[in-house]
Structure formats: C-alpha cells, structure tokens
Unconditional design. Structure first.
Length: 321
C-alpha cells in the first residue's frame, strides 16, 4: 500500500494541500504590492498571473516526466482540446480571479471563491447521471451560497458587493466549475497530471502574452517579490501533484471533504499576513456556512480510506486556486 493510501497520511496531506491553496489569497495580494501593481492595472495583473501559471505548468510537466509519464499528446485533436482547456480553465478563469482578488479583501475572496464547489455540484447534476444531487448535496449548496451572501453584508446591513471584485471571483468559480467538467472528460484520454501541466502552461502563456501586449509591466522588483512569485508557482504545482496522488490512492469524496479547509486557511492567513479584520459576525457566520456546505457536498459518510473511484471523477474535484 502506498503511503498516500494510509488514512492518517492522506488526511495530513489533504490538509496540507488545502493550506497551500488557502495561502494563495494573501500571497497574490502581497505580490501586487511587491511588484508595484495598482488596483486598476489589469494588464500587469494578467502578466503576473501568466508568469505564475506558465511556471507552475512547467514544474508539473517536469514532475510528470521525472515520474516516468510521457508528455506526448495523442495527435492534433488532443493538443487542440488541451489548448482550449488551458485558455478557459487557466487564462479566462484567472483573468477574472486576479482582477477580483485585487478589488476585494483576501478573506472575502477566499469565502466567495468556494462557490466553485457548489457550482460543480449543480452542473454535474444536469450533465452526469452518476453524479446527481441528493438531499445532502442540495442542502450543502444552499448553506454554502447562504454563507457567500452573509460575508457580503456590511455592518449596517447593506449588501457590500462589487462586480469587478466579488462578482469577478464568483465568475471565476463558475468558469472553473464548467471547465472542470470538460477536464473530467479529457482525463479519460489523457493522464491528469500531464493534462494539467500542459493546460497550465498553455493558459499561463496566453495570459502572459495578453498582459504584455496590453502594456503590463512591473515596477522595481526586489528579492521578496521574486520569492513571492516563485512561491505561488511552486504552490500550484506541488499541491496539484500531491492532490493527484491522493485522488489516485483514495476514494475521491474521502479526500475532497477536506476542501472546507481552503476558505478557513484563506481567511486565517489573510488576517495574519494582511492584517484584515475578520472577527465580525459576517465572516464567522459565512466561514461556518461555506465550510459546512463543502463538507455536505463532498462527504461520502467516511473520512479518508484506501480505495479508488474512477479517475475521471478526480478532475472535477480540484480546488481552483
């Protein structure tokens, strides 16, 4: 039995991956400051995101090659499909995500972005006969969306919502959910790690080219800025690689149930790193609701145990950040 099939090891590694994904929110906002990227400077945000994901894709492909996988795609059709997936799942999704994060707090973004889990459950219900909503999943979606609404109520009970902020983060969640369904289909033909490596590289390259063409640039960047960008790239590649191994060696739902830790760690780390005040009723209520919703949607009744589910299901269950 591989180490990743051990229940305690699986639980620890799943928690580690979710901690990494949660740390992306403050790391992105810190990167904007270190690279001198203003709130309204969309081209530079796209350039920053593109470099991160192109590097992450190259790292994932290097890991895949080192593990004995072939990086070759089977013909022009598969190459075009992977390119299309990269343009949607990485380029389009993160264009919305990076602009949205810049226009809201890291804490709120980590809660709002959890909508991707609930969108995935709703879309899968209509597209796959083996992934229907049941009462538990439906309740999880309702509770989760209620949490997203709660985090956007300000202290004077006004709805604090900006299209270019929280709205773009929700759109990013919808895009990743829809793209993941296409990725689920492709993963039946292409190794998931190779698929993700190529689509990250393709999408990252597209974002880099778009940002540069639109006039994106950085101010003077010191060592701290490069370390932040390197961390974001390594974060994506390492978390995905470990997550893939966990999905390979365990039941999918027994791993994905830990995704509630992503908004928890995102809020906590944003508070610590960015000094964001989160000890308000709306943050605490929203965090409890979206965490409960994620557990309800993903829980299969038992926590990590050895056993496999179809590999195709795995691509639907990856967190977006």
């Amino acid at each position: 039995m591989p180490p990743t099939a051990n229940p305690r090891v699986a639980a620890a590694l799943a928690g580690f991956c979710c901690l990494l994904w949660g740390s992306a929110y403050p790391a992105i906002k810190t990167g904007y400051a270190l690279f001198g990227i203003g709130t309204a400077d969309v081209p530079s945000k796209l350039l920053f995101a593109g470099i991160r994901f192109a590097a992450a894709g190259a790292i994932v492909l290097a890991i895949a090659l080192a593990s004995g996988r072939s990086l070759a795609l089977r013909g022009r059709t598969d190459a075009l499909r992977v390119l299309a997936l990269g343009l949607v799942q990485t380029a389009l999704q993160y264009a919305f995500f990076y602009v949205g994060v810049a226009n809201t707090s890291g804490s709120k973004a980590s809660v709002v972005n959890s909508t991707s889990t609930f969108f995935s459950a709703l879309l899968a219900h209509f597209l796959y006969t083996d992934d229907r909503l049941n009462r538990r999943k439906a309740l999880g979606c309702l509770v989760g969306f209620a949490g997203v609404v709660a985090v956007n109520w300000s202290g004077d009970l006004l709805f604090d919502w900006k299209l270019e902020g929280e709205g773009f983060v929700v759109l990013a969640g919808l895009v990743i959910s829809a793209a993941s369904l296409w990725g689920r289909h492709l993963s039946q033909r292409i190794d998931p790690m190779v698929l993700t490596g190529w689509q990250l590289l393709a999408g990252g390259t597209a974002l880099t080219a778009l940002g540069a063409a639109a006039g994106g640039s950085f101010g003077p960047v010191g060592l701290a800025g490069f370390l932040d960008l390197a961390y974001l790239a390594v974060l994506s590649s390492v978390a995905f690689t470990v997550w893939t191994m966990l999905l390979r060696d365990n039941k999918v739902t027994s791993v994905t149930v830990y995704q509630f830790l992503v908004p928890v760690s995102g809020v906590a780390l944003s508070a610590l790193a960015l000094g964001e005040g989160v000890l308000e009723w709306r943050y605490l209520a929203a965090l409890a609701a979206v965490s409960a919703g994620i557990v309800l949607v993903n829980a299969g009744g038992r926590w990590p145990m050895a056993g496999k589910e179809p590999r195709a299901v795995a691509s639907l269950r990856k967190p977006p950040s």
